[in-house]
Design a protein. Structure first.
Length: 297
């Protein structure tokens, strides 16, 4: 109930903030810009271009919640004041919608995100940004997919062309082998077992060996894929999150640090999924981007 009340309050506050947008809005929003297609389905993003001075840096925002990518996810990020805060700092934001779990596996959503990042780099000159100095963000499922994109952009010295320079995330799932204190059973009938099957086993799990099952799960678990070439990370997570255990961010940050990657975890006392004052942490996240991206200008 507290989670529902928090979301309701965020909605009310967001509606007030949205109604105030007009001639003095900090951004111009371009909706449903097509960045690719797959199986005849268009892949789209919204682009938020600052109306004030631009800082020459782009942020890719993975708009996904519960691995669904409808327009409500962009609305949620508006309610958190993400686009206002970033735009006022001069960032151009590309809110990529990677598709939903009803149609796509996690690997397919990852592929779609990478298509989006390549599109942003290819069109960087049009938006006055540096294609080699991008930030990457997301929350919850979008945070999971953003983490996955960040740690799979490079294999040793080989890049797939989707490298980013900094990644800042809210409360992401990162390890589908152990979720909190519970081992994940991808064959289970519980809600999370069904989610993992949809994310990793869209072609079915029957007949796969235990080794094959583990390999599939680890392939969508960013904490299992960390390497020393990963970009710097900031993760912000509440210690009262009812949906994604804090442990998920802890294991990701520990893996990054063990690989020698700069990583920081900020724990929000009493923070849920999300929390009423999350815009304050969005500001912290934006300041962190300043420190890691603007210094490279």
């Amino acid at each position: 109930m507290n989670h529902l009340r928090a979301l309701t309050s965020l909605l009310v506050c967001g509606l007030i903030a949205t109604s105030a947008h007009g001639a003095d809005s900090p951004y111009v929003q371009h909706e449903d810009v097509v960045y690719g297609q797959t199986d005849g389905v268009a892949l789209v993003m919204d682009i938020f271009v600052p109306t004030g001075p631009k800082n020459g840096v782009g942020i890719v925002d993975v708009a996904s919640g519960a691995w669904h990518s409808d327009r409500n996810k962009i609305r949620d990020h508006k309610l958190a004041q993400m686009y206002d805060i970033f735009s006022k700092k001069g960032y151009t934001v590309f809110a990529v919608r990677p598709g939903s779990i009803t149609k796509f596996s996690a690997v397919e959503m990852l592929k779609n995100i990478k298509t989006g990042i390549r599109w942003v780099k290819a069109h960087a000159a049009e938006y006055g940004i540096d294609p080699e100095n991008l930030g990457l963000t997301g929350a919850s499922a979008g945070g999971h997919l953003a983490c996955l994109a960040a740690v799979t952009a490079r294999d040793g010295e080989k890049s797939d062309g989707t490298d980013v320079k900094a990644t800042a995330i809210f409360f992401p799932p990162t390890d589908f082998t152990m979720y909190g204190t519970k081992a994940v059973d991808p064959k289970g009938t519980d809600r999370f077992g069904k989610i993992v099957r949809a994310l990793a086993f869209r072609d079915g799990i029957d007949g796969l060996s235990d080794e094959e099952i583990t390999k599939r799960i680890e392939a969508i678990s960013p904490a299992k894929l960390v390497h020393k070439q990963a970009p710097p990370f900031l993760i912000i997570h509440g210690d009262a999150d009812p949906a994604v255990p804090l442990q998920q961010s802890e294991v990701m940050v520990a893996a990054l640090k063990n690989a020698g990657v700069e990583a920081k975890l900020i724990v929000k006392p009493g923070g849920g999924h999300p929390w009423l004052t999350i815009h304050e942490e969005v500001a912290v996240l934006a300041d962190w981007f300043d420190a890691h991206l603007l210094k490279k200008q």
